[in-house]
Design a protein around this ligand. Sequence first.
Ligand SMILES: [Fe+2]
Ligand SMILES: [Fe+2]
Length: 273
Amino acid sequence: MTSKLEALIDRSTRLNLEDIDFGSFVDHPLDADSLRCLRYMHDVESHTVCYLRDLLVTRAHADPEVTAFLTCWSYEEHWHGEAIARVLTAHGELAGFPSVKATRRALPRVDRMRPLLYLAGSAVSSHMVTVHMTWGAVNEWTTQAGYGRLAAKAGHPVLAELLRRIMKQEGRHIDFYAGQARRRLAESPAAQRVTRSLLRRYWRPVGSGLMPREEVRFLVHHLFGDADGEKVAARLDRQIDRLPGLEDIGLVTGAVQMMRSGAGSCTSEDQAR
Ligand SMILES: [Fe+2]
Ligand SMILES: [Fe+2]
């Protein structure tokens, strides 16, 4: 095991919430759009173990460094979901197990077949672990940036501190996924071609396979649709583009443009009309 991975596993822990004043949300509640983003983030964080279900049927399960990381990753993401649940609960919203159960029940039947897709991909190509590591890096980068944008837009100091702590852990997830992606892509031009092709065709913002399209569109528009959000999206693309074989792939700005060009409402106020 590399010393970097050892350090990451050593530092893996449940998110510290001891001094987070969740009661402050009662006197100073968040705006409707921030709460809508948090409902999305809660459901996606809580779905991590289901992504793990899909990953473990691939050759990723044979790599002990990858499985050691995934064990800690899934645990930390679970507590991100629980932390956000406490914010939602402070606002009188449904959160935690009942909400997660409802979200999973709403998944289309085809979701049950997802492990078979991953299994088939893994059988057909020896580069699927590289694809998953790169996909993970992109998802962690965009998730961390999304939290940063939400903290900036919500303007609530208690939420900002909570999200800062979550973002710090997302940073360690980025270190692992991006490090794996960089190394594996650099070793194989064929892996670069497969990864680039699959990302271009199938990558969508985190949570797209779980949340209703309207919610995905809202989240992307709210967090990345203004001038500051566009700058963050461009910065994310510069990070992704630096991975071997992914030059000028433009994933994030492409996704923002696609969501902005789609029909439908983009704010809570619009939806209420
Ligand atoms: Fe997370
Ligand atoms: Fe993460």
